[in-house]
Design a protein around this ligand. Structure first.
Ligand code: NAD
Ligand code: G6P
Ligand code: MN
Ligand code: MN
Length: 434
């Protein structure tokens, strides 16, 4: 039987994972699941852990869910380790959102200054987790879901020297779930190709005759639900731009292609005392979810989880694990080493790309060179990520400032430096490297 370990097990998303594993039990025979958390998340872990066990008890399968505050005890002989932790919890995210915005710049979980600081807090924790894995489960696969998932996955390979890792995101899943019906098709009648970076990828679509149907979807995206995650305000892209690129951007591209409008929306919502930042909204949803999880009669994933931006992430996580375990060679979109799939980036850069997932991990599918605008964006964003990772590992203030300077959502100058300094102080308990 398979041993799964989930770091950050107290997350309200854990029932997503359990549902995905229960659904796939026949191809992925799990023996035990270990949910790991820290003292700050103990209460959440206990509540959601009991709920997870009830979900298994209501299934035909005999699986034990272990709860542990001891990562090393849990990791021993793991086959798959999944990560869904949030260093500093949602209070840290509120600071990532509020502080940049107080200087008139975007405050977002994975983009701009907030995303950079989420990486600064997360990378030291993931690298120490990888060191434990080298000792305790050297053959395990690491399935990283912790954001910013692209940078975290890149740092695992580049600095942690751990190759058996795949990074995941639910955004491509959402697109593939919502778009086919816009053009009267089902997913198995279409061939999807994704390439770019996490929260910064584009995709193209062909039908089974090999005809490119991307522009048909682009036309329909305008008046319909295109699968954008619940957390992103839906400002449309400029149609002329989409037609020119003949690719569909991911939901997060709005922060770059429509920066002004997205910033205005953030200012309006965050400063409205009845709304607040996204993390403040999520806190509310989380409290409601944990109230439900406390109900000893609830033994299935509640509807309300769909209010979280990460809905359906189990489809990515559990399918990836099942595909590795059973060598299924399924098409999935993962953060993995480029290996030439996107020739505009270096072969050892982690990219988010369509790949076949099997026992040897991901074999990324060649996407080919991009046009000038996309190539420019991608090279800028990837090198911004590399500065962030370097600063996260070394604590070098200069390289952190370089990352801020080239990040398109942060203007350069005194204000940027003040945001950096303020965030360093606000998060100092989680930034041992600085
Ligand atoms: P959350 O705030 O509920 O945190 C999850 C758990 O992590 C908490 O119980 C917390 O106590 C625990 N934790 C914090 N530091 C830890 C540590 N050092 N070791 C072990 N556990 C620790 O978070 P959430 O809103 O459920 O999101 C979880 C993570 O998943 C976040 O990083 C989020 O960005 C990410 N996420 C990713 C995607 C994606 O598309 N890749 C989608 C949704 C969420
Ligand atoms: C999307 C992204 C995730 C992100 C989430 C935020 O699904 O893919 O990477 O963490 O939204 O959702 P939330 O409900 O926490 O705002
Ligand atoms: Mn994501
Ligand atoms: Mn900048």
């Amino acid at each position: 039987g398979v041993k799964i370990v989930t770091i950050g097990g107290g997350s309200s998303y854990t029932p997503e994972l359990m549902e995905g594993f229960i659904k796939r039990y026949e191809e992925l025979p799990i023996r035990e699941i270990w949910l790991v958390d820290i003292d700050d998340g103990k209460e959440k872990l206990e509540t959601v852990g009991k709920m997870a066990q009830r979900m298994w008890d209501a299934s035909p399968y005999d699986v034990k869910v272990h709860l542990s505050m001891d990562r090393r005890e849990a990791l021993k002989d793991a086959d798959f380790v999944t990560t869904q932790f949030r260093v500093g919890l949602l209070n840290a995210r509120i600071k990532d959102e509020r502080i940049p915005l107080s200087y008139g710049m975007a405050g977002q979980e994975t983009n701009g200054a907030g995303g950079i600081f989420k990486a600064f807090r997360t990378i030291p924790v993931i690298l120490s987790t990888v060191e434990d894995m080298k000792e305790l489960c050297p053959n395990a696969w690491l399935i990283n879901f912790t954001n910013p998932a692209g940078m975290v996955t890149d740092a695992i390979i580049r600095y942690g020297k751990w190759e058996k890792v795949l990074g995941l995101c639910n955004v491509p899943v959402g697109a593939m779930m919502a778009e086919p019906e816009l053009i009267g098709k089902t997913l198995d009648e279409l061939i999807y190709s994704f390439a770019g970076l996490n929260h910064f990828h584009w995709h193209r679509v062909k039908d089974l005759q090999g005809n490119d149907v991307t522009s048909e979807i682009i036309d329909k995206m305008y008046s319909n639900d295109s699968g954008i995650p619940a957390n992103i305000h839906d400002i449309p892209f400029f149609i002329e731009q989409l037609k020119q690129m003949n690719m569909i951007p991911c939901g997060y591209h709005r922060y770059y292609y429509r920066s002004e409008e997205m910033l205005k929306h953030m200012l309006d919502e965050y400063n409205d005392p009845n709304v607040g930042t996204r993390a403040q909204q999520v806190k509310q949803t989380e409290a409601e979810l944990f109230e439900l999880y406390k109900n000893p009669d609830l033994d299935y994933k509640p509807e309300q989880l769909a209010q979280r931006g990460g809905a359906h992430y189990s489809d990515a996580a559990c399918e990836t694990i099942a595909s590795i375990y059973a060598n299924k060679n399924t098409h999935m979109v993962v953060s993995t080493k480029n290996n030439g799939a996107v020739p505009d980036l270096a072969p050892d850069d982690v990219v988010e790309v369509s790949a076949y997932i099997g026992a040897a991990g991901a074999r990324s599918i060649a996407f080919g060179s991009l046009q000038s605008a996309e190539r420019g964006w991608l090279q800028l964003m990837k090198n911004m990520e590399l500065c962030v990772e370097e600063a996260a590992v070394t604590g070098d203030y200069g390289v952190a400032l370089q990352a801020f300077t080239i990040n398109p959502l942060i203007s350069s100058g005194e204000k940027a430096k003040r945001i950096l300094d303020e965030l360093l102080i606000a998060h100092k308990n989680y930034l041992p490297q600085f």
